[in-house]
Design a protein around this ligand. Sequence first.
Ligand code: HEC
Ligand code: HEC
Length: 246
Amino acid sequence: MMKNSIVISVLILCFSILVAEDDVLKKGEQIYTISCAVCHGLSGKGDGIVAGNLIVKPRDFTSGKYKVRSTSSGQIPLDQDLYQTIGFGMGHDNTMPGWSHLRSDEKEALVQYIKTFSDKFTSDEEVNIVPIPPRKPSTPESVNAGRRWYNDIECWKCHGMGGHGDGPSTPTLKDDWGYKIVPPDLSKPWLFVGGSEPEDIYRTLVTGLDGSAMPAIEGLITEDDNWDLVNFLMHEFIDQGKRAPR
Ligand code: HEC
Ligand code: HEC
């Protein structure tokens, strides 16, 4: 008798969890249809009715490729990454608007709903979260060491020596979807898709922006060297422009 009631309680619990998940996805789908489908398309392929008019194309969610991640290149983003991108948007001049006015449960429902467009979220569960060590003080030595990395890793080939996005490789750059892509002027940090705080820059450099031409430098140089490079970018370009809070 006791056993039966335990089995029944477990079944009821499983059923309520399934119903709750279903409710979240329904809520996500509803908001998506009203607010997101116009650009990202009802099927999530990035083919909404206004997509043709946009220079930077809306993400095709079926590809499972995301630019802003705290995970290694090629891996799926964390729920928290998607949640933040939805809230912040991607850069102030960009066509991915921020949805900070949505309630947190609405943004969470959207995260769960957009994940259903790609199998990668069920097959690739293992991810490596890239550690971001504490900031290194920005001394002239650190900035100079960063300047050498900017030259040696050939960041300038795409970004130009002055950081204006006019390096020798720039005219040929394409994203993974075949569209022309131009690096932002590094002294206009409000254009950055992944934020412009030193920790944001560190994360963007180490993880890369998947799907775009911006490579990941994870494993190339040490964590200390990464901070030198960030200190150089902040000093030379980013702090020269007006940083907009993300
Ligand atoms: C006006 C068009 C437009 C609307 C509306 C829109 N987006 Fe986007 N979205 C974009 C564009 C364009 C990009 C690609 C930006 C880029 O790659 O720099 C994008 C990218 C994204 C990304 C990819 C982030 C990454 O790291 O690569 C997510 C997630 C996203 N949008 C979610 C949403 C959600 C959720 C909604 C609805 C609440 C929404 N978008 C509404 C245009 C739009
Ligand atoms: C092969 C070309 C290429 C190389 C090499 C390259 N980048 Fe980029 N970078 C890009 C492109 C393209 C973008 C714009 C990506 C986008 O908006 O999706 C970008 C964006 C950025 C951004 C802005 C990030 C944001 O959130 O929008 C920074 C900062 C940056 N790169 C720094 C660097 C540094 C430092 C290096 C060298 C370690 C480097 N890049 C190497 C092409 C390149």
